[in-house]
Design a protein around this ligand. Structure first.
Ligand SMILES: *[C@@H]1O[C@H](CO)[C@@H](O)[C@H](O)[C@H]1NC(C)=O
Ligand SMILES: *[C@@H]1O[C@H](CO)[C@@H](O)[C@H](O)[C@H]1NC(C)=O
Ligand SMILES: *[C@@H]1O[C@H](CO)[C@@H](O)[C@H](O)[C@H]1NC(C)=O
Ligand SMILES: *[C@@H]1O[C@H](CO)[C@@H](O)[C@H](O)[C@H]1NC(C)=O
Ligand SMILES: *[C@@H]1O[C@H](CO)[C@@H](O)[C@H](O)[C@H]1NC(C)=O
Ligand SMILES: *[C@@H]1O[C@H](CO)[C@@H](O)[C@H](O)[C@H]1NC(C)=O
Ligand SMILES: *[C@@H]1O[C@H](CO)[C@@H](O)[C@H](O)[C@H]1NC(C)=O
Ligand SMILES: *[C@@H]1O[C@H](CO)[C@@H](O)[C@H](O)[C@H]1NC(C)=O
Ligand SMILES: *[C@@H]1O[C@H](CO)[C@@H](O)[C@H](O)[C@H]1NC(C)=O
Ligand SMILES: *[C@@H]1O[C@H](CO)[C@@H](O)[C@H](O)[C@H]1NC(C)=O
Ligand SMILES: CC(=O)N[C@H]1CO[C@H](CO)[C@@H](O)[C@@H]1O
Length: 794
């Protein structure tokens, strides 16, 4: 009966429950600054495949503490709205896909006599979890309440056990987030150790492998204290092949199994308490358990109250990130969208400076990069504007990974590069930073050398990815042999055409940095290579009355005719010619060469008709019914720029129409409020640019102009951002938005503006102002010069 009641609760969708303002006051949020965290709804994007992490974390924090759910489906961030809690663990990623990563360094509260800590201790929740920035609360069906708070390298877990019941906490070193997709990406625990010391704390390490980036073994160290005295504490070891033993020997816990493979012996500890309230402080380190102990003791000293940590976390988010963006807006939904998306776009990466087990370096170290393929279009350029100090460190870290491991990552997790879905897109990010003036302590000689290596050296195919065994997707450009030999990519390589689209942008990125570094020969060589996407243009391919699309091409120059349905990509996955988008969508990808694209597409009028076709319901037989089967797919990044490309054909009004439709149809500050996987903040940053009224063209200084949502939005650019220092700001205002979304007129820094684009130097390098007049009807205001097409000169 209890179960029936519980299932009843969980079949209703969990609604976001924010504590009321009294709770915020009780938590002591600083009175010196407005509390923007009240608008952040952490459950946004936790359903509908958004995979967002709703637990507790500081900006760029190493620790992301939250619940781990078991429900027979992949719990990418640990959290699922339904299922059973298997523990509360310190390490997570947010908004990822492929297969779960981490879910390690866990504790599980048990309000029963723990007869066998290896038994399934998972329990459903008695009620919906509650979350605020920096605070999380979860109540199990056993009525144990768990509250969570976190600092950069440590977590605080406060358990309240029902009175009169046993009160135990089980530490399971073997705990990971499993994968159920059968793609061979599931994490494995391969060994560890745990010791309970004389003063009663525990420390040790766990070693794990795999996850979405196919990582080899990595080790994380932990150190846990209970501020409440324990009645007893004991370590244990055991598995299906070895009986449970108390206490465990403190040794490496891997034993051979009958089939000759090794199977990790599970390992952990049980603490029993007499008090119903138990506080646990746990630190992590990638270096040693001693460092895990010093991390937790430095960040959460003994007897620290949970409320103190929560308040500090809110204040840090307010002062470091949320408070950099201010608005006169009063509409709560819009405020929730703005601040929830800001929060959600920067839960990754993690600043692991000082926590890099790979090499000694004075350079910063950032990990949990999921993935630059997803993020280079919208997230990284906003990351630079909002967090210039971290961004410069992040760029330095990309270069330092190259310095010590030979290649920049396109994605990275547990100190291991991979998986690259398309090109070497760190090239685009470096070029964007370079053209926007990021200098500081960045060594651009090394940065450009890293880019040239991507462009010239074939990466070794190791480890081999079973889903795409023919070339490396670990780092670099696996299909480079064809790119160099044919100036296009044959089907000998997986994802041939989408890789070619990416490689064109990557080579364009090289040409940008080469120009800046005064290497004219390199600049023209890579600019020429950036035009190679044209070699995949099959002028005879037709679809929906349009002619000319990107298509797979054989070594002898012929196009692969049987694959020439531009609406089809036979799954759009690792082994196909086009990855995560159709030929139709990829046929808009060369945003550095749009003037050429327009010519190949049959001229400006046909180009506009083509773009409009993206948004016509029902034309995509393999499309998502949730998106009315449009060709445009709001849930994957290759479509991100398309709604804005009308600006290249003097139809800025249509960019406004379609981009705003996408934003309002598919985004909301609700659990299902992202169109698909967040991709570590990619979706959130797309929406934020839409709210601002600009769209970035990464690797260039150009921003396409849309239509702002708010009457006034100010971004504090701080002293960074590549300008001359000092306190700078970027301001967007609008009048007339009550009438409609279309631009009637615009001034930039007080001057009338007739272009549908502007440059970094206009409003960001030293700050600037855009003042829009909006209205119900489209007007032909943007009659000035078209946005630049830097590769279209030849
Ligand atoms: C969750 O736990 C309950 C109670 O132990 C159990 O009946 C149920 O099958 C579990 N559900 C899952 C998905 O494991
Ligand atoms: C305390 O922990 C031990 C493990 O050593 C367990 O067997 C015992 O039952 C626990 N006591 C309670 C009340 O859970
Ligand atoms: C625990 O494991 C780590 C990583 O393998 C190792 O460095 C450490 O020495 C081990 N500690 C003990 C007490 O066995
Ligand atoms: C607030 O804005 C949303 C769109 O983001 C709109 O749907 C809603 O009606 C607005 N609410 C009020 C009270 O104006
Ligand atoms: C990144 O982390 C390191 C080590 O904790 C710290 O010194 C550095 O200030 C952090 N970076 C920023 C921009 O806060
Ligand atoms: C293509 O053109 C034909 C003939 O003009 C027309 O009948 C058909 O509706 C068009 N199809 C589409 C998808 O526009
Ligand atoms: C190229 O090869 C394909 C497949 O072998 C063949 O069908 C096609 O005719 C060839 N094209 C040329 C130009 O030889
Ligand atoms: C889907 O089509 C319906 C009916 O034409 C329309 O009302 C709705 O706005 C469309 N939604 C999306 C997301 O395109
Ligand atoms: C907008 O266009 C509509 C339809 O063309 C017209 O009726 C209306 O008067 C226009 N509004 C303004 C403010 O020009
Ligand atoms: C656009 O504005 C520029 C600068 O004010 C001016 O030189 C140019 O003539 C204008 N173009 C059009 C088409 O209005
Ligand atoms: C990388 C790795 O070791 N993966 C293994 C994880 O464990 C499963 C079985 O549970 C193996 O099939 C994988 O090979």
């Amino acid at each position: 009966m209890v179960l029936a009641v519980i299932l009843g609760i969980f079949t209703c969708l969990i609604e976001v429950s924010l504590a009321d303002s009294t709770d915020q006051a009780a938590l002591g949020v600083s009175v010196n600054q407005p509390d923007y965290t009240q608008y952040v709804l952490p459950f946004t994007g936790t359903q509908n495949g958004g995979n967002m992490f709703p637990g507790v974390a500081r900006p760029f924090g190493v620790v992301k503490l939250g619940p781990d759910l078991y429900n027979g489906v992949d719990a990418y961030s640990g959290y699922l709205p339904t299922g059973n809690v298997t523990g509360y663990s310190l390490m997570h990623e947010s908004g990822t896909g492929g297969a779960p990563k981490y879910g390690v360094v866990s504790q599980m509260p048990v309000a029963a006599k723990v007869v066998n800590p290896l038994a399934n201790l998972a329990l459903p929740r008695a009620t919906d979890d509650a979350a605020q920035v920096g605070y999380y609360k979860s109540t199990l069906s056993s009525n144990v309440v768990t509250e969570l708070a976190a600092t950069d390298h440590a977590g605080l877990l406060r358990y309240t056990f029902p009175s009169g019941m046993p009160a135990s906490v089980v530490i399971d070193v073997s705990h990971v987030l499993p994968s159920f997709r059968g793609l061979g990406l599931g994490q494995n625990y391969t060994g560890g150790n745990i010791t309970i010391t004389k003063d009663g704390h525990y420390e040790g390490s766990g070693t794990y492998n795999n996850g979405w980036n196919l990582a080899p073994e990595w080790t994380i160290y932990f150190c846990g204290y209970f501020d409440t005295p324990s009645a007893s504490a004991v370590t244990f070891r055991g598995s299906s092949t070895e009986d449970l033993k108390y206490p465990a020997a403190n040794t490496e816990a891997v034993a051979p199994t009958s089939d000759g493979s090794t199977q990790a012996i599970r390992l952990g500890a049980v603490y029993n308490f007499t008090s119903p309230t138990v506080n646990s402080r746990v630190g992590v380190s990638w270096i040693s358990s001693a460092k895990a102990c010093s991390n937790v003791n430095a960040e959460i000293p003994a007897q620290t109250q949970l409320e103190t940590v929560v308040t500090a976390t809110k204040n840090i988010w307010n002062s470091q990130l949320l408070g950099r963006v201010t608005t006169t807006e009063t509409n709560t939904t819009n405020l929730q969208l703005l601040y929830t998306m800001l929060y959600g776009m920067l839960l990754l990466p993690s600043n692991r400076t000082g926590e890099n087990p790979g090499w000694l370096s004075t350079e910063p170290y950032y990990d949990d990069l999921f993935t630059i393929w997803d993020l280079f279009r919208c997230q990284t350029s906003l990351f630079q504007i909002l967090q210039p100090a971290h961004y410069e460190e992040y760029i330095r870290s990309l270069i330092d990974v190259y310095r010590h491991e030979g290649w920049m990552p396109d994605a990275r997790s547990s100190n291991f590069n991979g998986r690259s879905q398309g090109g070497s897109n760190a090239d685009n990010v470096l070029a964007d930073a370079y053209v926007k003036g990021v200098r500081g302590k960045v060594n651009w000689v090394d940065g450009y050398a890293a880019m040239v290596k991507d462009a010239e050296v074939v990466p070794p195919n190791s480890p081999v990815d079973p889903e795409s065994p023919e070339s490396s997707d670990h780092e670099g450009r696996g299909a480079l042999p064809d790119w160099l030999k044919y100036s296009y990519i044959t089907p000998a390589f997986d994802r041939a055409v989408s890789r070619a689209a990416d490689y064109s942008l990557n080579d364009f990125a090289l040409s940008q940095v080469a120009s800046g570094l005064n290497k004219p020969a390199d600049a023209s060589k890579y600019l020429a290579r950036s035009r190679n996407w044209r070699n995949h243009w099959n002028a005879k391919a037709t679809s929906l009355n349009f002619t000319g699309f990107l298509a797979p091409r054989l070594a002898n120059g012929s196009f692969v005719t049987e694959e020439e349905d531009p609406l089809s990509c036979s799954g759009c996955y690792w082994g196909d010619s086009f990855y995560e988008a159709t030929p139709w969508e990829y046929s808009f990808s060369p945003y550095h060469d749009v003037a050429t694209l327009i010519k190949l597409s049959g001229g400006a009028t046909r180009f506009v008709q083509r773009l409009e076709t993206l948004f016509v319901p029902g034309l995509n037989p393999t499309g998502n019914p949730q998106f009315n089967n449009t060709i445009f797919n709001p849930a994957n990044e290759p479509s991100f720029a398309s709604p804005y490309l009308f600006n290249f054909a003097h139809r800025q009004d249509l960019s406004v129409k379609h981009a705003r439709f996408v934003a309002s149809a598919y985004y909301a500050p609700t659990p299902a409020g992202l169109p698909g996987n967040s991709d570590a903040g990619a979706m959130q940053s797309w929406l934020l640019w839409n709210i601002i009224g600009l769209y970035p063209l990464t690797g260039t200084t150009t921003f396409l102009i849309g239509s702002p949502w708010l009457e006034k939005l100010v971004i504090n650019l701080g002293g960074g951002g590549g300008g001359n220092g000092g306190s700078k700001s970027f301001t967007v205002t609008s009048t007339g938005r009550q009438n409609g979304i279309y631009v009637q007129s615009l001034t930039v820094n007080g001057k009338a503006w007739n272009q549908s684009w502007l440059s970094w130097s206009d409003v960001f390098a030293d700050g600037g102002t855009m003042e829009f007049v909006l209205g119900a009807n489209a007007t032909d205001w943007a009659t000035g010069a078209l946005p630049p097409s830097p590769a279209s000169g030849a």
